[in-house]
Design a protein around this ligand. Structure first.
Ligand code: ATR
Length: 282
């Protein structure tokens, strides 16, 4: 019998997780399929009950459910508790177990480009679900100072308190400085906008964007022009997915083939969001 996995979020139509996980199932001849389930916030508890009723084996969880889903699960591990968000559910014989692999995805993205985080000053833009896991990753990797800027300052303060890091209002962003700049907002998603100007980018050595549609966001385009090390959003997506696959199947997935598949897929999706003639990076 085929096992069923999937992603819940809203919207999920552009999710690359089905491409990545179905390819891995096929390559390893695992009898399983992975689907995308759009679940509105008001339907989340029903959907989770459905996971049990239908015997769905595991789920990826994305925007906007990563925090709210916690209360609907039977058990979550220490990591998910500390981060305050779940991106992975495993159905253990009818008992739903939640964990978080986003933070590992963030760490591996930095490892891949051989950027050490130890002792670094890291500036994180955004205070949503993605930001929580990234902050946790930065703490785990030994960053010296972590600063969070968010449009809604109250949220930045809450997150900063939770992790004992620093919070600044969005209006102060022009003065931001440090070693590593990470965009964990949705600014730049399907548009050609950058959350920060060139002058700000120039004060950092490494720039990571968690947005991956388009793959080269305006922020990353500016960073490349400024000769910075850049990390695109698909790296974190790939590695969080690799960890999910390992948890669900106890098998090592074909990482390079998964990588190829998602990069190929995103390039076919992004034609509509590419910079138009006349768009400037500054
Ligand atoms: P995710 O799970 O990807 O983090 P999210 O929880 O919806 O998604 O968070 C989105 C983040 O992008 C938030 O930090 C949001 O700021 P607010 O807390 O003020 O809503 C940020 N964001 C979205 N649009 C933005 C914009 N136009 N300018 C600045 N920040 C923006």
């Amino acid at each position: 019998m085929y096992k069923v996995y999937g992603i819940i979020g809203y919207p999920v139509s552009h999710s690359l997780s089905p491409v990545m996980h179905n390819l891995a199932f096929r390559e390893l001849r695992v009898k399983a399929v992975y689907g995308a389930f759009p679940v509105k916030p008001e339907d989340l508890s029903q959907a989770i009950r459905g996971v049990k009723a239908l015997g769905i084996s595991g789920l990826s969880v994305t925007i906007p459910h990563k925090v709210e889903v916690i209360n609907l699960l039977d058990e979550i591990d220490e990591k998910a508790k500390e981060i305050g968000a779940v991106n992975t559910i495993i159905n253990r014989e009818g008992s739903l177990f939640g964990t978080n692999t986003d933070w590992i995805g963030a760490l591996k993205a930095f490892q891949e480009v051989e950027v050490s985080l130890s002792g670094k000053r890291v500036v994180i833009l955004g205070a949503g679900g993605a930001s929580l896991a990234i902050i946790y990753a930065m703490i785990t990797a030994g960053a010296k100072e972590i600063v969070v800027y968010n449009r809604t300052f109250e949220k930045a303060k809450e997150v900063a308190e939770r992790f004992s890091v620093l919070a600044y209002p969005w209006e102060a962003l022009y003065d931001a400085y440090g070693d590593i700049l990470i965009n964990a907002t949705s600014v730049g998603l399907k548009s050609f906008d950058s959350p920060v100007a060139k002058e700000v980018v120039s004060r950092f050595s490494v720039v990571m964007d968690s947005v991956y549609i388009p793959l080269e966001t305006k922020l990353l385009a500016i960073a490349k022009e400024e000769n910075k090390i850049t990390i695109d959003g698909l790296k974190m997506l790939l590695y969080q997915g690799v960890e999910q696959f390992k948890l669900w199947t106890s098998l090592m997935p074909p990482v390079e083939k998964m990588r190829e598949a998602i990069y190929r897929e995103v390039l076919t999706m992004e034609v509509d969001f590419a910079p138009r003639k006349g768009d400037k990076t500054a």
